[in-house]
Design a protein around this ligand. Structure first.
Ligand code: CTP
Length: 396
């Protein structure tokens, strides 16, 4: 994901410095090249030996080392981004005032790349007017701030000031600095998850969809540079990137309204939601009491969103999904035609480890141009990437 990207980490003196071990690991695992500079006080919180082993590069602390001059200008120019994390109150103040009394500050001041900082301090320090002023000052220099989190602090107090977790910093870096531009200026509408059709105030009809596939698609297309609107039924997960616009809905009717609203301006529609085909004809306003041994609930067909939007199609590339248990290909081809889609992603429930709830999926893409593309069982993230590549190939 970060292959060939050069990331320079600057570590300052804060208890949160130990977490940079995990951040380094995440970056290296994503194939980034990592170099680390740290302040002298940061060494008290995390071992340079561990960091140099993980980053496969010598950790630099002083302006000179064994009579060698550490070339701070070259380091600042080498990096695609510099991440100062954790950022202590002290280094923040130096950054705001251009004080150059250590290697890390010399690198920062000569860096020509983007700089992001992840502050870490106690709540009162974080809320101090001088900290607020310094944060505003370094923001005005163009530095990006990775928000602190609320939680348990080293002082034992609970409040604002905790450094963002390594996973959150990793996600922030990817989202803010390394989004591709393949789908720049393209708007994508994606539906995900199940819908929930109320019967009365306490009961509803739904299905087993978890939203994993749709959310993986939203993340993948967003990372290709698209503007993404995700229309999501009730699920327990959410997209990891903050820039994805999410509309949470419950019923098929709400999903139709929200999807239709964004459709006219969309370039791509992906209907990966498992929309209920039927909803209660009448939703009781009070809890239905049990009476007879047998009872039938009147259901009415919901709008077929894909088919309805297929009719409204102007420029949009439309991707439908089909989940089949029998006559798999014939049924999927029928849906492709009837709903005016450009392709159908077919997943069969008969494939082991594929479908609802699993982290893996096995798909076939059937195109309206007659092409059939079969894929192996893969993680839903990789499947999302395959679908994104298909869309890019056919649509851009
Ligand atoms: N779909 C939709 N609106 C509905 C039902 C389905 O937009 N009310 C979409 C799904 O999001 C999917 C495609 O239609 O992209 C196919 O869904 P699927 O449940 O496989 O098929 P159905 O059309 O519902 O037909 P059947 O249940 O008979 O297989």
């Amino acid at each position: 994901m970060l292959a060939g990207k050069k990331i320079l980490i600057g570590i300052t003196g804060s208890i949160a410095a130990y977490k940079i071990i995990l951040l380094t690991r995440l970056l290296v695992k994503a194939n980034a090249e990592v170099k680390i500079v740290m302040t002298a006080s940061a060494q008290q919180f995390v071992s340079p030996l561990v960091l140099s082993t993980l980053s496969k590069s010598e950790v630099l602390i002083d302006l000179s080392n064994n009579n060698n001059w550490a070339n701070h200008v070259a380091l600042g120019r080498w990096a695609d981004i510099m991440l100062i994390t954790p950022l202590s109150c002290n280094t923040l103040a130096k950054m705001a005032n251009g004080i150059c009394d250590n290697l890390l500050m010399a690198v920062y001041l000569s860096a020509t790349c983007h700089v992001a900082v992840a502050p870490a301090m106690d709540e009162d320090m974080w809320h101090h007017p001088s900290t607020k002023r310094n944060i505003e000052t370094i923001k005005s220099f163009g530095n990006k701030i990775i928000n602190v989190e609320k939680g348990e602090l080293a002082s034992g107090l609970f409040g604002d000031g905790r450094m963002a977790e390594p996973e959150a910093i990793f996600t922030y870096v990817i989202e803010n600095f390394f989004r591709a531009k393949t789908l720049n200026n393209k708007t994508v509408v994606i539906t995900a998850g199940p819908t929930r059709e109320a019967i009365d105030p306490v009961r509803y009809i739904t299905n087993h969809s978890t939203g994993k596939m749709g959310i993986a698609l939203a993340e993948s297309l967003y990372m290709h540079g698209a503007d993404v609107h995700l229309i999501c039924g009730p699920v327990n997960i959410q997209p990891k990137y903050k820039g994805i616009n999410v509309t949470n809905i419950e019923s098929a009717k709400q999903m139709f309204e929200a999807t239709e609203k964004h459709f006219a301006n969309a370039d791509i529609l992906i209907m990966s939601a498992a929309v209920a085909d039927y909803a209660a004809t009448v939703i009781a306003d009070k809890k239905i009491k049990k009476k007879e041994d047998e009872w039938a609930l009147a259901l009415t067909k919901t709008t077929d969103i894909l088919a309805a939007l297929g009719k409204q199609k102007t420029k949009q590339f439309i991707v439908g999904f089909a989940l089949e248990t029998n006559n798999v290909k014939e049924n999927a081809m029928q849906k492709l035609k009837n709903k005016n889609a450009d392709c159908i992603v077919l997943n069969s429930l008969t494939d082991e480890n594929a479908g609802f709830g699993y982290d893996t999926n096995k798909i076939t893409i059937l195109g309206k141009d007659g092409e059939e593309r079969n894929f192996e069982l893969k993680s839903k993230n990789q499947v999302a990437e395959d679908i994104a590549q298909y869309i890019i190939e056919k649509n851009v």
